[in-house]
Design a protein around this ligand. Structure first.
Ligand code: UT7
Length: 342
């Protein structure tokens, strides 16, 4: 079996910043409420002239330039988003075209806030088996265009931001075997994926769509009523997020015969600082072992992990050889984790 090694990670975040203060001028909210309940201070917003695939393409190009990897050598693209340019096709093929690659497969993954973790796992499986030599994984979101900038949408709008990230994974055959939690070989070591459809209604964007009870993808009346907005039962989602992220962490630790003290850095999804603090406290880890940047980006769904990883590297908190644990939870419900020797 081959090992799937992280060759590099990068991101692209639009320049424009929207602060809590600015949101409080558009809806009945305050900087205090948002900071206290979520940890978020600001988020980024894409210009009208950019699409989700543009952001993903920029992240991919930043990555390829950073690691000096020849674009034409990419063998597989795995893209993730909840905010695609089009209902179909997904952004994978658009990014493929933008990179000037005309034949390689471009897969889109729908795992919501767990999608990047799942995409790493999907790449890991393909690369381990030797089907492909490398995979470019991209997460990109323009949430700002589905938000309602009024009091009706405040419980959702304040949480999300725009951005994109990309990672390149390469297949590698070590003479010693494969990367494990007990050797120093770099690569993806283990993963955890799970779903619970009983939570599907609790965090969703239901319209437009093809659900029963409707005769159209989206009606004029629905458009007038502003029904094309996401909905969320925040407290139930919060509770499930803590529970599932904790379970994923414990499963990975147990299966690999390690304790949390062996992990150099935990990179959790950034949905709410209180979720991450609760998981951290229950795992019994020091704050410096958990990477958070929700203050500056809000929740960027599929782009969250690569944005965190890029910043963690830049800040010297993530170095080659470190043992990293990612933890995600999102709409579906979906959850995931990756154990990686960086
Ligand atoms: O990425 C996928 C995963 N997503 C998540 O993990 C999100 C999980 N959930 C959460 O992070 C939290 O539940 C929220 C941040 C969404 C909400 O925090 P909460 O402490 O659970 O508040 P709540 O929804 O119970 O609302 C408390 C009050 C309500 O008012 P009443 O009914 O008590 O009068 C809300 O209407 O806060 C009100 N509220 C707001 N007030 C000011 C809701 N949103 C806002 C707002 N500003 N933006």
């Amino acid at each position: 079996m081959k090992t799937s090694v992280v060759k590099g990670v990068s991101c692209f975040v639009p320049e424009k910043v929207v602060t809590n203060q600015q949101l409080s001028q558009m809806m009945d909210t305050t900087d205090e409420w948002i900071t206290e309940r979520t940890g978020i201070k600001e988020r980024h917003m894409a210009e009208r002239t950019s699409s989700t695939s543009d952001l993903g393409l920029k992240a991919a190009k930043n990555l390829l330039a950073k690691i000096q990897f020849p674009t034409q050598d990419i063998e597989l693209i795995i893209a993730a988003t909840v905010t695609p340019d089009y209902y179909f096709p997904g952004i994978g093929v658009q990014i493929q075209q933008g990179l000037g690659l005309s034949k390689i497969p471009a897969i889109d993954i729908r795992g919501q806030c767990s999608a990047f973790a799942w995409a790493i796992t999907t790449a890991y499986v393909y690369l381990r088996s030797g089907f492909y030599k490398n995979a470019l994984v991209i997460g990109s979101e323009i949430h700002s265009r589905m938000m309602e900038y009024s009091t009706r949408g405040r419980n959702f709008t304040v949480l999300f931001g725009d951005g994109a990230g990309a990672m390149l994974l390469e297949s590698h055959q070590y003479p010693e075997g494969r990367a494990t939690a007990h050797n120093h070989l770099r690569g993806v070591i283990d993963h955890e994926m799970g779903s619970d459809g009983s939570g599907a209604e609790l965090l969703a964007l239901k319209r437009p769509g093809f659900a029963k009870g409707h005769t159209e993808f989206f009606s004029v009346k629905e458009a007038e009523d502003g029904d094309d907005r996401p909905s969320m039962e925040g407290r139930q989602v919060f509770r499930n997020a803590v529970e599932r992220m904790l379970q994923s962490a414990n499963t990975i630790l147990l299966r690999n015969g390690i304790s949390v003290a062996d992990i150099d850095l935990i990179i959790p999804h950034q949905a709410n600082m209180r979720i991450n603090e609760s998981v951290r406290e229950k795992l019994g880890v020091a704050p410096e072992k958990v990477f958070n940047n929700i203050q500056h980006y809000g929740n960027t769904t599929s782009a969250t992990l690569p944005i965190c990883m890029t910043e963690a590297e830049e800040q010297g908190r993530l170095k080659a050889g470190d043992l990293v644990l990612t933890l995600t939870f999102g709409s579906g419900f979906t959850w995931g984790a990756n154990l990686i020797r960086w």
